[in-house]
Design a protein around this ligand. Structure first.
Ligand code: 5AD
Ligand code: SF4
Length: 487
């Protein structure tokens, strides 16, 4: 690896972009030099703050940003008064965008107090042309903007932002339209020492008609299985016991590899890794969930008893308009098969209310599915019009009042069924991975069951990161209160 080279002797003009990640390590070394100069001048390290909006993919990307910032010598803080502040943005629904603009307004006044502060923006929202135009016209105090496809270049962009005097040029904007590049072996810093997300694929090819993800995350590309396994082995050696395999649609993993491989097969390989205790994954498109996967899950000792299976709508007519490529009946049959084969599984879902043309009858179809599948949890979203998606151009967008009525109906049923589902293990014992010390109540720990339900129980902070047996004494809505039976 490049760390072992004499970085000062490397001439960047002879390192072509194809030699990643070498090029990025060169820039990390350059940033490190700048940080040393900052430390000499100010008697302290520069500070940085990485704020994440959105999904698990973004959370994992943020760990990569933190990994690089830490490597070059930044002190990581939670305070947005830092010397370098970066927002990793989401654009899946418009309220995510509005939150970013709001928070940027706050940053502007902080920057007035500390003119040396650098502000950077990255992530899905930056892939939208209208956003970049708006930033250029109304948010000119932002120093650096990049997108989802070139996040691997962060060290290089950071160098341009902090080391080169770019103030005369104004905002640095580097957005790529798409990429087939996957750069391995960059630094990453995990939020939790004992569990980690792992990207197994990037992008999405499904083009659900309401969804902006394929436009901002690009076409589907899978990582090579050897790279994934190597990363997990390394994580396990560092103390990780649980991994979450991440992809927009993990069920189509491996289709485009030179040697194609199914997701189920990848899971079997991951299962072999000694020392790894738990495997999770997210997200599964119902149209691609195979019998092979159900069998592998059924036979596995490590794959957690949880499946996130986004429904979106229970109405076949709406599903068709959404371009989901399954019917209500096909979804119900799939859920029934999964429950039959793996009775102790928890099924969770995503639901959108207010898709163009949706009537109260369609909402009733969704409610019918919720009652029949009995979800352990369902994330219910109000449809958000995303410019550039086919649904944004559809007529008969639903009025806000009608959306609210449907949303409230769905939420009520989701809560009833989830309460009932979650409580079905009351009085039993189960294994929980202790994730943290409970922030609200002293002496309490929070653990996660294989089926993703949380349990709070008295215990010592030293148990964080360990898998213990707990008794699930009382169910309070969506979580348990319990006590530890054995360590
Ligand atoms: N409006 C509302 N919800 C959306 N989702 C994706 N796009 C939209 C949109 N335009 C939801 C889907 C998806 C989840 C991650 O976000 O339910 O599964
Ligand atoms: Fe969006 Fe559909 Fe792809 Fe999920 S599968 S990211 S909802 S287009």
């Amino acid at each position: 690896m490049l760390n072992e080279f004499d970085l000062d002797k490397i001439d960047i003009s002879v390192i072509p972009p194809e030699t990643e990640p070498v090029r990025q390590y060169y820039f990390m070394a350059k940033c490190r030099e700048w940080v040393r100069g900052f430390e000499d001048k100010n008697g302290r390290s520069p500070s940085c703050c990485v704020t994440t909006f959105g999904c698990q993919m973004n959370a994992r990307d943020s760990e990569k940003l933190v990994g690089i910032l830490r490597r070059v010598g930044y002190q990581v803080t939670e305070s947005e008064d830092a010397d370098f502040v970066i927002f990793n943005t989401c654009t899946v629904r418009d309220n995510a965008n509005q939150r970013v603009y709001g928070r940027l307004g706050e940053l502007k006044s902080r920057k007035k107090r500390n003119p040396h502060m650098k502000i950077a923006l990255c992530g899905c929202m930056m892939q939208e042309t209208t956003v970049i135009e708006k930033l250029r016209s109304s948010y000119r105090f932002v120093d650096l903007v990049f997108g989802t496809h070139n996040i691997f270049k962060f060290a290089e962009l950071l160098y341009r932002c902090i080391c080169e005097n770019h103030n005369e040029q104004g905002m640095i904007v580097d957005i790529w339209e798409d990429t087939d590049k996957i750069v391995e072996d960059l630094p990453v810093e995990r939020k939790y020492p004992f569990k980690s997300g792992i990207n197994i694929m990037f992008g999405c090819n499904n083009f659900c008609s309401y969804c902006i993800v394929p436009y901002v995350r690009g076409r589907e590309r899978s990582r090579e299985p050897e790279e994934i396994l190597r990363e997990i082995r390394q994580l396990v050696a560092e103390g990780v016991v649980e991994v979450m395999l991440l992809g927009q649609n993990v069920n189509s993993y491996g289709k485009n590899l030179d040697t194609p491989m199914s997701f189920a097969r990848l899971l079997q390989e991951v299962e072999q890794i000694e020392g790894l205790e738990r495997i999770r994954f997210m997200t599964s498109h119902p149209k691609d969930l195979s019998d092979e996967l159900i069998q592998v899950m059924k036979e596995s000792k490590k794959i957690c008893r949880h499946l996130h299976l986004p429904l979106q709508s229970g109405s076949t007519r709406i599903l068709q308009l959404m371009n989901r490529r399954y019917t209500k009946e096909q979804y119900l049959a799939l859920a029934e098969k999964i429950r039959r084969e793996i009775p102790d599984i928890a099924i969770t879902t995503d639901i959108i209310v207010g898709f163009p043309g949706e009537t109260m009858e369609d909402v009733e179809e969704t409610i019918d599915v919720i009652r029949r599948v009995k979800y352990d949890n369902a994330f219910t979203f109000i449809y958000s019009k995303r410019t550039g998606t086919p649904a944004a151009a559809m007529e008969n967008q639903v009025s806000p009042d009608r959306v609210k009525e449907g949303f409230d109906r769905v939420l009520k049923v989701v809560q009833e069924t989830a309460r009932e589902q979650v409580s079905r293990y009351r009085g039993q014992q189960a294994q929980a991975l202790v994730e943290e010390v409970n922030a609200q109540e002293e002496g309490l720990l929070t653990g996660r069951l294989s089926n993703n339900t949380l349990v709070h129980f008295p215990g010592d902070a030293e148990l964080v990161g360990r898998i213990v047996t707990v008794s699930l004494d009382e169910c309070l809505g969506f979580y348990y209160m319990g006590h530890m039976v054995s360590q």
